[in-house]
Design a protein around this ligand. Structure first.
Ligand SMILES: Cc1cc2nc3c(=O)[nH]c(=O)nc-3n(C[C@H](O)[C@H](O)[C@H](O)COP(=O)(O)OP(=O)(O)OC[C@H]3O[C@@H](n4cnc5c(N)ncnc54)[C@H](O)[C@@H]3O)c2cc1C
Length: 478
């Protein structure tokens, strides 16, 4: 290693300066460091990032640009194809090293392997790191050497190793850049923001970037953690961290969260049930990435192959129902409230995600991929691993999924988790004066609210769903 070397740090879904192993290694090993972001959405096909995700990315890049500027560096923003762009910048700068943090989705992995091979062959030193998961998916296997299929067993194994995880790396405060200024695009040049301004609601809910992520985390530890296990299922309460988009874009790392929780445990051991619960939610995030890593087809196909034979609705049969679901006009209040929260803020509470997904896939019989695609476009936290796992879990066709015969009843769920209808009324103001029956079960034809009648009969659609399921079970036996 020669301290006159120049490093490129290729930022991807790790848009932070703290606990960033690639950035830290570059600063420690090389005299000059060039931070780089390459926008190449087509390389993620067929899961090209959606509009809500693009909104977040724009603002997150602006925040990263500011943070790097304060540390004395300029973020170079360029467009793909990634390999060609990297080769060009290496020629332009004389860079000798390339550093990045690993992603574990199938398209990133195969592209990155190729890039590593090609650039190493051309004499560049390429180093990659794990920065976005607590445990690397390849390292966790059963006693038989196969991947886990059940969350409980998987998480017990990972939890047993968490004490080995070192503390997060401190933020990089000073970066020495090359003296020659390199040309760059601005985040605005990437055209990530909407042309029609539908993002008003996003601005009022979200602050993006590393500092905002840290502040949200501190607020969570202070206000929500002490009651997390009790309140996390109530969508009208501020009971969860809302860190999911920050985690997806890597504005904060799971290691920072793990160590934050450890400190909390030392300070207030009374919160142990809450700590265990939030740990386990982070575990589901790990598990989702693990499953996608070991079963890349889970982004596009049901993991339980029997579901390929299920009588999902054909495209022309489902159009009107799918549209009513997307627009929050099914006439089932808690479902519509969730879909409108999603549309207006780019986020939806986890309990409500499960309900809307169950209604779409089971009561309405629409393929889970249709729901996954809509979420992909509308969620600010759209994440291939978490979204595929969430949809397959809800549809009953994934690993360790909710069984298909468990069909949520939205009326009972509303009564239990939104008893006063506060969440429903917030997102469906047209039901402000409605009584509890309407809030839980929807409107009857003689009620005056400007709100659609239910598009389906919950009991009949439940029976139909169970019959579809019986049919594939029978086919399997025959
Ligand atoms: C149909 C469906 C689709 C989903 N799609 C996504 C998605 O695209 N992106 C996404 O980040 N999450 C997705 N989830 C998981 C979950 O709903 C969100 O992670 C959670 O609501 C985020 O809110 P929070 O940050 O306040 O969570 P908290 O309760 O504060 O949990 C902390 C973190 O743990 C992780 N986490 C929590 N629950 C889960 C879970 N069930 N699965 C995986 N990770 C979890 C998240 O990273 C979350 O930020 C989906 C769930 C369902 C049922």
């Amino acid at each position: 290693m020669d301290r006159t070397d120049t490093a490129l740090v290729w930022f991807r879904r790790d848009l932070r300066l703290a606990d960033n192993p690639a950035l830290t290694a570059a600063v420690n090993q090389c005299a000059r460091v060039i931070p780089l972001y390459i926008h190449a959405p087509d390389e993620a096909a067929p899961w090209i990032p959606g509009r809500a995700s693009n909104w977040w990315l724009h603002h997150s890049l602006c925040a990263l640009q500011r943070e790097l500027h304060q540390a004395g560096a300029k973020l170079i923003i360029a467009t793909g194809p990634t390999l060609e762009r990297l080769q060009h910048i290496v020629r332009q700068t004389g860079a000798t090293h390339l550093f990045w943090n690993r992603n574990y989705d199938p398209t990133s992995m195969s592209r990155d392997r190729d890039i590593k091979q090609r650039l190493t062959g051309q004499g560049l030193s390429c180093q990659s790191f794990n920065a976005n998961l607590l445990s690397e998916p390849a390292s966790i296997l059963t006693g038989q050497g196969t991947p886990y299929k059940v969350f409980g067993a998987y998480w017990r194994t990972v939890s047993g190793q968490l004490h080995q995880i070192p503390p997060p790396l401190p933020p990089v405060r000073r970066i020495s850049s090359p003296s020659k200024d390199l040309p760059t695009l601005s985040p605005g040049d990437l055209a990530l923001l909407p042309r029609i301004p539908w993002d008003g609601g996003f601005h009022s809910v979200w602050q993006t970037g590393e500092q905002a992520a840290l502040e949200r985390w501190e607020q969570f530890l202070l206000h929500a953690l002490p009651a997390y296990d009790r309140l996390r299922d109530f969508p009208d309460r501020d009971g969860t961290s809302r860190l999911s988009p920050h985690l997806h874009f890597g504005e904060i790392s799971p290691r920072q969260l793990l160590w934050g929780l450890r400190q909390q445990a030392d300070q207030s051991p009374a919160t142990v049930t809450h700590l265990e619960r939030i740990h386990s939610q982070l575990g589901w995030r790990e598990f989702a990435h693990y499953i996608l890593y070991h079963s890349p087809r889970s982004a596009n196909q049901s993991l339980d192959r029997r579901f390929e034979k299920l009588a999902w609705k054909a495209d022309d049969e489902q159009d009107a129902e799918l549209q009513a679901w997307q627009r929050g006009e099914t006439g089932i209040p808690i479902v519509d409230a969730g879909m409108r929260e999603l549309w207006q803020t780019g986020w939806m509470h986890n309990r409500v995600r499960m309900l809307v997904a169950s209604l779409l896939t089971k009561n309405l019989g629409v393929h889970w991929l249709q729901g996954a695609r809509w979420f992909w476009d509308t969620l600010v936290d759209a994440d291939l691993a978490n979204n595929s796992l969430g949809w397959q879990w809800s549809a009953g066709c994934g690993v360790d999924a909710a069984p298909y015969f468990r069909i949520f009843n939205p009326a009972t769920q509303a009564k239990r988790f939104d008893p006063e209808g506060r969440y429903i009324k917030r997102w469906l103001p047209e039901l402000t004066g409605a009584g509890k029956n309407v809030l839980y079960s929807g409107r009857l034809s003689d009620e005056p609210f400007d709100y659609p009648l239910p598009i389906l009969d919950l009991s009949r659609s439940r029976r139909d769903a169970l019959q579809r399921w019986e049919r594939i079970k029978r086919q399997q036996r025959e």
